[in-house]
Design a protein around this ligand. Structure first.
Ligand code: ZN
Length: 92
């Protein structure tokens, strides 16, 4: 079993955690007492991960849409610049 305090792995026949010395006899009690808290933390973590994934997806979407648009925009600007002789660096 894993120690609920430090997470160290202990053999089931051990009475105390070899890492931090916590009595493993109370581990089931501690686990049931902390179960809601642990689950709450896990759900918070999942939500933040989902939020991060959503933000990443939106960012990727915006990037994928923006890059071709900005590319087309600069192409248009280049074409427009070629039509105006005064804007060409070679004529200066
Ligand atoms: Zn421990």
């Amino acid at each position: 079993m894993f120690c609920p305090r430090c997470g160290a792995e202990n053999k089931s026949e051990q009475k105390y955690c070899r890492q931090c010395g916590l009595s493993l006899a109370v581990t089931p009690l501690a686990l049931t007492g902390q179960l809601d808290e642990v689950l709450g933390e896990l759900k918070k973590g999942e939500k933040s991960i989902q939020k991060g994934a959503t933000l990443l997806g939106v960012f990727l979407l915006v990037t994928l849409v923006t890059i071709p648009l900005s590319g087309a925009y600069s192409m248009v600007r280049l074409k427009a610049a070629k039509n105006v002789p005064s804007l060409q660096p070679n004529t200066i």
